[in-house]
Design a protein around this ligand. Structure first.
Ligand code: CMP
Length: 140
């Protein structure tokens, strides 16, 4: 089925001027960027976005990183988009990511791993709604 997923190009990607290179990988995989904006994430926004990880030891580091520089938030659309984008991103830890994946190509570490993608349809819906209104998403 045609799905939508939520993507973030993280601070390590924006600061190295890699947003176009990453978008090229996304588009080559057949995913369509149907909404996109560059922004500075606020601390409350970052804490809310990663609330599910709030008890993890890396939570503080993760939130500090996400507010440290601009991000690009996106909605990607396509057949099986949620699983497809996770495949295109590669493993969370770039040392374990497959050849040709965004994280293998560009990520620096498990924290500075260049991209985020939703892990389920429920989370895609929640994450998209945190950053986009429906009228900002242009499918056709
Ligand atoms: P993401 O898909 O954005 O969702 C949670 C993030 O936590 C994950 O990508 C990683 O970037 C980050 N993360 C996971 N493990 C660690 C860790 N050990 N240290 C720092 N960040 C981590």
């Amino acid at each position: 089925a045609i799905e939508r997923t939520f993507s973030i190009l993280k601070p390590d990607a924006t600061t190295r001027n890699l947003t176009g290179a990453i978008n090229a990988v996304i588009e080559k995989a057949g995913l369509k960027i149907v909404a996109q904006k560059r922004m500075r994430m606020s601390l409350p926004e970052a804490r809310r976005f990663y609330a599910v990880h709030s008890e993890r030891p890396f939570f503080g580091e993760l939130v500090d990183f996400m507010v440290s520089a601009p991000v690009v938030v996106q909605v990607l659309e396509g057949e099986n988009a949620i699983a497809k984008y996770r495949e295109v991103m590669g493993a969370t830890n770039p040392a374990q990511a497959a050849e040709g994946t965004i994280r293998k190509l560009f990520a620096l570490s498990v924290g500075e791993n260049s991209v985020h993608g939703s892990d389920s349809a429920d989370n895609a819906k929640i994450e998209i709604a945190q950053f986009f209104s429906e009228n900002e998403i242009i499918s056709a």
